[in-house]
Ligand binder design. Structure first.
Ligand code: NAP
Length: 339
């Protein structure tokens, strides 16, 4: 056990349920007492925590695949940090761990909920992104859910984000005939083609997605990796070749909607083109974890796979970092780093 433990920790609470876009008043940064860990538990000083689009859904009081955040309780989510006190076998002060109690400075948890990670193998923040949840989402969603095969033409939306940027590059590595990405700024579009090797990319704010996709993929697409929904999904259905496959991973365009959003107007094309649109949850694909880590570590080492992170510093910035993610201020994984 460590001698000098901090006596308090700041943590973000949801204090009101947002209607539409979240507002600062919906959140509060509060102080909580820190005590020595009970039997079987560890205290972790978080170094980075993740803000993710799915957290917006958890702010609503609706039944979903993850339970809603409780009002006036600390929010949670992926985090990495250093053990500062241990009352659990197998965990020592100084160990680095990945766990699910983000949005706070100090996490007190059963050691069995923490996974040790090695900061010498990869920077700690990478375990939240390229080597973590968003990386596995890209890998499983492309290779397993979409049944990607060599020669496929692939379209990915949210292409400069954490998941999307990995999807496009993985498809190129595995022999896609053409990879097209959409993103929300000309700067991001440039990054996709000039850094990440996409064959074509467009800014969805510059014109109708359907027209821009048709131009970028004149021979059609075989796989669509959907992070956005709405007009992007409709455009993909329109550009699909026969037997096209879509991984429905996210629909961020509607996460802050206050009214039901209309579905694609061209669903009948699903019949004639014999399309397959399949939803995914990354948690269903943990069996791929060893293969995913092996492949991605190799591609990172060879330089075939690149990644970026947008780092926001300071626990006080947690709310702003989350809002920045929803507004598209991130390139690659959005991370909050604590000193
Ligand atoms: N199913 C699963 O298991 C699973 C797991 C992880 C993530 N996801 C989903 O995958 C998607 C990407 O997640 P991520 O963690 O990689 O986040 P991200 O793409 O790194 O960040 C979110 C991005 O969404 C874009 N965006 C925001 N509003 C938009 C809109 N109205 N239309 C189009 N793009 C918009 C922004 O980029 P622009 O500047 O390009 O607009 C923003 O940077 C999300 O939908 C998320 O919910 C699903």
């Amino acid at each position: 056990m460590s001698a000098a433990l901090p006596t308090s920790s700041r943590e973000w609470h949801l204090v009101a349920r947002p209607h539409g876009w979240p507002e600062a008043e919906d959140f509060a940064l509060r102080e909580a007492a820190v005590t020595a860990p009970a039997e079987g538990r560890i205290l972790v000083r978080n170094k980075h925590f993740s803000v993710d689009p799915y957290m917006r859904g958890r702010m609503n009081d609706v039944k979903s695949y993850t339970p809603p955040f409780k009002l006036d309780h600390p929010m949670d989510g992926g985090a990495v940090g250093e053990v500062i006190a241990s009352n659990a076998e197998g965990f020592a002060v100084g160990d680095h761990v990945l766990h699910g109690l983000g949005w706070r400075e100090i996490a007190d948890m059963p050691a069995k909920h923490a996974v040790k990670v090695d900061p010498d193998v990869a920077p700690l923040s990478a375990y939240l992104g390229v080597l973590g949840m968003t990386g596995l989402t890209a890998y499983a969603g492309l290779f397993d859910v979409a049944s990607f095969k060599e020669g496929d033409a692939v379209f990915v939306s949210g292409a400069a984000g954490a998941v999307g940027s990995q999807v496009g590059q993985m498809a190129k590595i595995k022999g896609a005939s053409r990879v097209i990405g959409s993103a929300g700024s000309d700067e991001k579009v440039k990054l996709l083609t000039e850094e990440y090797g996409f064959d074509a990319a467009f800014n969805y704010k510059n014109g109708p997605v359907r027209d821009q996709l048709k131009e970028a993929a004149p021979d059609g697409i075989d796989v669509y990796f959907d992070n956005v929904g709405g007009d992007h999904l409709e455009a993909a259905i329109s550009s699909f070749n026969l037997h096209g496959r879509a991984t429905i991973c996210g629909m961020i365009a509607q996460y802050n909607a206050t009214e039901p959003t209309p579905g694609p107007s061209n669903m009948a094309l699903i019949i004639g083109k014999r399309l397959r649109l399949q939803g995914m949850l990354v948690g269903d694909h943990t069996d791929l974890q060893p293969q995913f880590v092996r492949d991605v570590a190799g591609w990172l080492a060879s330089g075939e796979l690149k990644y970026q992170e947008t780092e926001v510093r300071g626990i006080e910035q947690g709310y702003e970092a989350f809002m920045g993610l929803l507004r598209g201020e991130n390139t690659g994984k959005m991370i909050v780093s604590l000193d």
